[in-house]
Design a protein around this ligand. Sequence first.
Ligand code: DC
Length: 210
Amino acid sequence: MIIAIDGPAASGKGTLGKRLAHHYGYRHLDTGVIYRAVAKALLDDGVDLTDEARAVAAALELDPEKFGHPELKTQRIGDAASVVSAIASVREALVSFQRQFAAGPPGAVLDGRDIGTVICPNADVKIFVVADPLVRARRRTLEARARGEAADEAAVLADILRRDERDRNRVAAPLKAAADAHVLDNSNLDIEAGVRAAIAIVEAARSRRA
Ligand code: DC
């Protein structure tokens, strides 16, 4: 079974993905990390983020062993990832890695922006997570502070709105809910309630298939 979770920055889709994968004993891929790793490779080498040839090369050379690097979580890398992820050829270079991950046993949860629309259009369950931008900014600020980073909530909100705009309006695989996705608004749900709501969506889909 493949579960696709999409949604905007800081919507909580990553945590949901991880928790759902744990619940079902599936593997989990946070696909934002892939774009973040490409962005980090370019920044580390002092390469312009819009250098298409270098960005594609970085995408093809990705090392999943490095996906846990703590710097990948920072706002600087997230913003850079939003830029490189708008390059269609970079996205194409990353498709087969994601599809192979999705297809492996015993099942997989992938979260991102285009999992239900482009990467796994035949996913068994698609969830599109949304939350009020103010709520997302608050959560992301608290997370950054918990990591010991200074974070100004107004600046975080501005970053989230800028990123939403870029992710939604790009030509290549824009952020949008698949026609058959279940929308989960977690603005007023804590993590546990969000996980319960997501499990309920998966269970309903499973019983329809059975
Ligand atoms: O979810 P995130 O903040 O880690 O994602 C970082 C950037 O990567 C985000 O601005 C958009 C991009 N992204 C994407 O285009 N497609 C995905 N499947 C995942 C992330």
